[in-house]
Design a protein around this ligand. Structure first.
Ligand code: ATP
Length: 237
């Protein structure tokens, strides 16, 4: 289980996260919703160790994470798929995937993970030797998720996987997120596309101005007029 308690963090002197508490049980899918600039990416980046927590706690499977280096958190099972995807555009698909396995040294098991990623995203298998720069946005997102999986995580932090992607590919990517979860991986997914996120998640949090304003089981959130109005709009169901 991932547990954030009263987390405060920000940039320079500017506080962004304000007493954020949230929980991601093992093997669950939890979504973090909210408008632009609410602090969702900052939350994920703080969990992944890229931003220093000012105060409060982040525990994963009973061990404190605050102050732990990002690569050590990867070894503990936490993989971040960042909003900017952070791919090496001049490298091939397979080279980017192998970078995700940097914490692992068992070649046979890494090869098995690679096969699993290619099974999950056949488009990546077809394009394994292709330069990453020439992939579509959706394919790059698949690659970023695939690279995250190459560290064999128990918790995947996904930052806006639907951003800038054709709707058909969004469905494909979320179908795979569901499968990843069925294999036992917990997922914390940040989304502006609340509708698609709530189709996969069982519990959700809404962030406003750096604080959690609403939380609950997804079924409750879907029925909440505040959520329907602000996040589901006409595209919701
Ligand atoms: P979006 O969906 O637009 O990514 P978000 O909810 O993920 O929104 P964050 O990216 O966490 O929001 O940003 C929260 C606040 O922190 C914003 O006011 C933003 O301008 C600020 N911020 C983000 N990154 C930095 C940075 N590197 N330096 C300074 N301020 C930042």
């Amino acid at each position: 289980m991932l547990e954030l308690k009263n987390l405060n963090a920000g940039y320079g002197a500017v506080q962004v996260l304000n007493n954020v508490s949230l929980t991601v049980p093992d093997r669950s899918v939890v979504t973090l919703l909210g408008a632009n600039g609410a602090g969702k990416s900052t939350t994920l980046n703080t969990i992944a160790g890229l931003i220093k927590a000012w105060s409060g706690s982040i525990d994963y499977r009973g061990k404190a994470c605050a102050g732990v280096a990002p690569h050590s958190l990867v070894r503990r099972g936490i993989a971040l798929v960042a909003e900017q995807r952070e791919l090496f555009l001049n490298m091939t698909v397979i080279e980017n995937l192998m970078l995700g396995a940097f914490t692992r040294d068992d070649k046979a098991e890494v090869q098995q993970s690679l096969d699993e990623v290619f099974d999950m995203f056949p488009r990546l298998a077809e394009r394994r030797s292709q330069n990453t720069r020439t992939l579509s946005g959706g394919e790059q997102q698949m690659l970023a998720i695939g690279r995250g999986l190459m560290s064999r995580p128990s918790l995947l932090l996904l930052d806006e996987p639907s951003l800038g992607i054709a709707p058909i590919l969004v469905q494909e990517i979320f179908a795979q997120v569901r499968k990843i979860n069925q294999q036992g991986v917990a997922v914390l997914v940040v989304e502006q596309n609340a509708s698609v996120a709530m189709d996969v998640a069982t519990y959700g949090y809404v962030m406003e101005n750096g604080s959690i304003s609403i939380e609950g089981p997804v079924e409750t959130l879907k029925a909440d007029p505040r959520i329907q109005e602000a996040y589901l709009g006409d595209g919701g169901h």
